[in-house]
Ligand binder design. Structure first.
Ligand SMILES: Cc1cc2nc3c(=O)[nH]c(=O)nc-3n(C[C@H](O)[C@H](O)[C@H](O)COP(=O)(O)OP(=O)(O)OC[C@H]3O[C@@H](n4cnc5c(N)ncnc54)[C@H](O)[C@@H]3O)c2cc1C
Length: 418
């Protein structure tokens, strides 16, 4: 087996004959940024790995499920994977395509060749042989001392149960199936959800002469993406080095109120808890405004209260209003799928997130690891990946041929990554 991956032929042979494959390194489930980062860090330490991916490509969330206008929400220096920076010519906020091209180069730089079209259906620790037994829907069975869960916080689209949805005669879709507002030109569109995706999709619709109504059911913190020419996220990270979290929250809100005005008046009520404190406690990410607020102010995007029920041609809202719509877009986020395939472990909550909070949720028992479940984006991924690689490399026998290169990695203070 290569340092980065197994030979395809060997895998295909095992799949065809139904014989289990003993992997000489960890099995990594998922070839998104997290799976790639762990494989790269392991490779740097001379440890081979096998990456199993259900899709046809790496980073399928970005390649197949992201809308065209998506850019990284955070400046590039906070979204790099370990060991390989973004190309210098990339802009401050790389586009989706630039991010994908970075990930493609990352995979080829570390010679990571995931085995595609392999949906892990079941993984469990087999006490009889002391190994993780991983089975895919396509008939592959693998065994390893280590299992790295890298299927992400966003494995499956989450759509709420809304009364009457089945009656709706227009088009309905989740943002994972949304590419561009050009398909909705001239339409009246209900956007359910007001996180970063809901806000950006509403803005996109607005710019394509559609009429978006954005449902805002809960409180939300909207912050400017930049403050005085610096990224809000960067400012927060610097301030957190010197000041307590609550004081930083106060400063961020003061600047947000000066630059954006009182968002409560626009129907975007702020939570009582500050943005960073809320993020730390619940994982709820503040929205970084990229122009949506000014469209709300101008009335081009209408903010509506929670949906009471969907009708044949539109929706009734909690405040008694009723509107007609051509399409409904659910910007209601994603959920983890770990509990559907990982069996016999008490490590994850029902929602498929590690029970132990960050920064200690990366390692379970018996060689189980998780990467990318920190609610801290790519920064959290980098942090996990380095720890996992070091931990696994340290378990290699002294006589092994694995090299002992020290990972020279600078992990930024990411306690409060957005
Ligand atoms: C719209 C959007 C924008 C974001 N922007 C940023 C940003 O600017 N900065 C930032 O730091 N973070 C951002 N994030 C958060 C996070 O960094 C990304 O979601 C990132 O892609 C997470 O990487 P991951 O590898 O953990 O998960 P994913 O990218 O979801 O990758 C998981 C992989 O596992 C595969 N998989 C799932 N189940 C199975 C299975 N059973 N068997 C085999 N394979 C499986 C999937 O197909 C997928 O390829 C954003 C998230 C979203 C949704």
């Amino acid at each position: 087996m290569d340092s980065g991956s197994c030979g395809d032929q060997e895998l295909e042979d095992k799949q065809r004959t139904g014989q289990p494959l003993r992997v000489n390194g960890p099995i990594i489930v998922g070839a998104g940024p997290s799976g790639l980062a762990v494989s790269a860090c392991l490779s740097e330490l001379g440890v081979p790995s096998l990456v199993l991916e259900r899709s046809h490509c790496i980073a399928s969330l970005w390649q197949d499920k992201a809308y065209d206008r998506l850019k990284l929400h955070l400046p590039k220096q906070f979204c790099e994977l370990p060991l390989l920076p973004f190309p210098q010519h990339f802009p401050k906020y790389p586009t989706k395509d630039q991010f994908i091209s970075y990930l493609e180069s990352y995979a080829s730089h570390f010679d990571i060749k995931p085995f595609f079209h392999q949906t892990v259906q079941r993984a469990e620790f087999d006490e009889s042989c002391g190994l993780w037994r991983v089975r895919t829907r396509e008939g592959l069975e693998c065994l390893s001392r280590w299992l790295v869960v890298a299927t992400g916080e966003n494995a499956e689209p989450a759509t709420p149960d809304v009364a009457g949805l089945e009656r709706f005669q227009g088009r309905r879709l989740h943002t994972s199936g949304y590419k561009s507002a050009s398909e909705f030109r001239g339409q009246r569109v209900l956007v359910v959800g007001c996180g970063n995706s809901g806000m950006e999709v509403s803005l996109d619709l607005c710019r394509h002469n559609a009429t978006p109504h954005m449902v805002v059911r809960n409180t939300v913190h909207v912050l400017p993406r930049e403050m005085l020419g610096f990224s809000t996220f960067g400012v927060a990270m610097v301030l957190l080095k010197w000041l307590p979290l609550r004081l930083v929250d106060k400063i961020l809100l003061l600047i947000a109120n000066i630059t954006l005005g009182n968002t409560d008046q626009l129907g975007l009520r702020r939570p009582k808890t500050g943005p960073l404190e809320l993020k730390t406690a619940t994982g709820k990410t503040p929205v970084l405004d990229v122009g949506t607020l000014s469209q709300i102010k101008s009335g081009k995007i209408k903010v509506v209260a929670g949906v009471k029920e969907i009708t044949k041609n539109g929706a009734k809202f909690l405040d008694g209003q009723e509107e007609e719509f051509d399409s409904i877009i659910f910007a209601t986020g994603y959920k983890s799928n770990v509990t559907s395939w990982l069996k016999g472990v008490d490590f994850f909550t029902e929602e498929g997130m590690p029970k132990t909070p960050f920064p200690n949720g990366w390692r379970g028992d018996k060689g189980l690891y998780t990467v990318g479940f920190t609610r801290r984006g790519i920064l959290g991924t980098g942090c996990d990946a380095i720890k996992i690689a070091r931990d696994i490399a340290d378990q290699q026998p002294r006589s092994s041929s694995f090299s002992r290169i020290e990972l020279q990695l600078c992990v930024p203070n990411n306690r409060f990554c957005i």
